[in-house]
Design a protein around this ligand. Structure first.
Ligand code: HEC
Ligand code: HEC
Ligand code: HEC
Ligand code: HEC
Ligand code: HEC
Length: 400
């Protein structure tokens, strides 16, 4: 069960490679080139004219609010995150893991030219003279999304900017988000990559209406830099699941789910079943909930307690994926809720005694289960889940 935490990966490199094998001269045929977008870093970038560096901190000296928001985002923690670092250190993690977490070549110590015999654990590496360790700490920083070919990419082509600016709204669209938030691949038989947020969105009702940016980057009128006048701007918190990562990221976003508890009778007689229905609807997300990392799940828990607080009956439901890791990685189940899909969760109990009861209903959203947290030595402080619905209903069972 050692590989279970690499929920992230699995794939058909083999087909691609056999093609390559045929088209290469014999003496170099044992080094296989990289083919997938996420196997390749964004090439080393030059500092755009008018700027000192590529670092987010320096962008932040002028774009103070953008910087403060970004710093609280998970993007800013994509490298330093404890779970990521724990997983990366394992032998079973291939080097390609880093390409969506520190996407610029400047953030990576080595160039990777290919894999020996197509083995992802034998990368052909060269030292990168432009490697910048401080930039690496910033994870997905401003330059990851905004700097290409010596220019800052924007959507207006602002001529007031003191740095070289290029207008490219197509580049700075949801296509950019999807380049990292959608990857389905089997890397080795026990390592799978499965983020389908982009495909889920494209297949759903929001396609053509709202996209990653309109939902995850709220708009607001404000100055892009002090003294330049207010205009339309985008928040840079990139809130998502809302499950924080240690003291840093506290995101603020509506849950994807809306909760509709069925009305309960307040009084029951002994011959009546106590019956309760919680309808859950994916009302606000443009993709499945949960989406992305297959380790995420929700628990819906019902517990009926008596007046002393003892549990007399309880049951539990789970929304999430189930994967098999051995002998070969495979998705066995996925009951994540599609956009606008709704599902009923039921509780019923036939009371055996008169008296006062309480029905406690809770829904919690989980980043990972306890075993995965333990396996990665994340400690007790690492936030694994948050409550998203909690209610207690008093019930009286009085007549025979
Ligand atoms: C010395 C101050 C300064 C620094 C440092 C700076 N910017 Fe700017 N930037 C500006 C100003 C001023 C504007 C134009 C503001 C306006 O038009 O309201 C601007 C505009 C932009 C725009 C909008 C361009 C468009 O065409 O819509 C983006 C995006 C941007 N900057 C990103 C960055 C990034 C990323 C960095 C760091 C790599 C950075 N800036 C560093 C001052 C700065
Ligand atoms: C994950 C990608 C991503 C990262 C990281 C990112 N931005 Fe942006 N940024 C965008 C997108 C997308 C837009 C909005 C494009 C549009 O106009 O629709 C934007 C817009 C901007 C603008 C134009 C004004 C506005 O608010 O719309 C500025 C300035 C800017 N970003 C600065 C920064 C700075 C500074 C950082 C780092 C602290 C940063 N960005 C990090 C994707 C990113
Ligand atoms: C270079 C790859 C990359 C790009 C481009 C990118 N992301 Fe991300 N995104 C990530 C990674 C990696 C994480 C997870 C970081 C972590 O948990 O440590 C993440 C996290 C997120 C989260 C938070 C998930 C949560 O758990 O709360 C949201 C929301 C998000 N991204 C939205 C976007 C949007 C919107 C865009 C486009 C404007 C975008 N991303 C562009 C790689 C990327
Ligand atoms: C209609 C609005 C909407 C659109 C469109 C949308 N999202 Fe989301 N997204 C949400 C909401 C709401 C959540 C919070 C779900 C929850 O409760 O966990 C979320 C959660 C996430 C998460 C965190 C994972 C999770 O299970 O919570 C990521 C990552 C993410 N979105 C990325 C994207 C990307 C990438 C796109 C574009 C392909 C996108 N979103 C489009 C509303 C949207
Ligand atoms: C195709 C781009 C991509 C690659 C390659 C990639 N990741 Fe990620 N990673 C993401 C995105 C996007 C997220 C955020 C997913 C979400 O929140 O839904 C993420 C999130 C994570 C998280 C945080 C999970 C959480 O619950 O917050 C960890 C840990 C992680 N990745 C580890 C890895 C490891 C280990 C590898 C290599 C086996 C890897 N990643 C390769 C895109 C990638």
């Amino acid at each position: 069960m050692k590989k279970r935490s690499f929920s992230i990966f699995t794939m058909l490199i083999v087909t691609v490679l056999s093609f390559v094998r045929c088209s290469q001269p014999a003496e170099v045929s044992n080094i296989h080139p990289l083919t997938k977008s996420w196997e390749i870093a964004v090439p080393n970038q030059e500092v755009p004219k008018g700027l000192f560096s590529l670092s987010a901190e320096d962008c932040g000296s002028c774009h103070t609010q953008h910087y403060q928001e970004w710093k609280m985002s998970t993007h800013a923690h994509a490298w330093t995150d404890l779970q990521f670092q724990a997983e990366l250190k394992k032998e079973s993690s291939p080097i390609m893991c880093i390409n969506c977490h520190i996407p610029l070549q400047n953030q990576q110590e080595y160039f990777v030219d290919g894999y020996v015999d197509g083995d992802i654990y034998q990368p052909v590496k060269r030292l990168n003279p432009k490697f910048d360790r401080d930039l690496q700490q910033e994870g997905i920083n401003c330059a990851s999304c905004h700097v290409r070919d010596g220019a800052v990419i924007g959507t207006t082509g602002s001529t007031k900017a003191p740095h070289k600016t290029v207008k490219d709204p197509k580049f700075l669209s949801e296509t950019l988000c999807i380049s990292c938030h959608n990857a389905v691949a089997v890397v080795t038989p026990t390592l799978a990559c499965s983020f389908e947020t982009g495909d889920e969105w494209k297949a759903g009702p929001y396609y053509g209406q709202q996209n990653c940016i309109s939902c995850h980057m709220d708009t607001i009128q404000r100055e892009w830099m002090v003294g330049y006048g207010e205009k339309l701007s985008h928040r840079h918190y990139f809130p998502g699941s809302g499950i924080p990562k240690i003291d840093t990221v506290k995101t603020m976003m509506k849950n994807g789910f809306a909760f509709y508890p069925s009305l309960l009778e307040k009084k029951y007689s002994l011959s009546d079943s106590i019956f309760f229905k919680l309808k859950i609807k994916n009302e606000f997300a443009g993709h499945k909930v949960p989406t992305g990392d297959p380790e995420r799940f929700f628990i819906i828990h019902f517990a009926l307690t008596n007046k002393n607080g003892d549990i007399v009956s309880e049951n539990e439901y789970r929304i999430g994926e189930h994967w098999q890791w051995h002998p070969a990685v495979k998705k066995i189940e996925d009951n994540n809720l599609l956009p606008n899909e709704e599902r009923d969760f039921l509780f019923s109990y036939l009371p055996k005694k008169k008296g006062k009861y309480y029905l406690n209903v809770s829904v919690t959203k989980h980043r990972m289960d306890e075993k995965a947290a333990e396996y990665n030595n994340l400690g007790n402080e690492y936030p694994r889940f948050i409550p998203v619905f909690e209610k207690q209903y008093p019930i009286l069972v009085e007549k025979e």
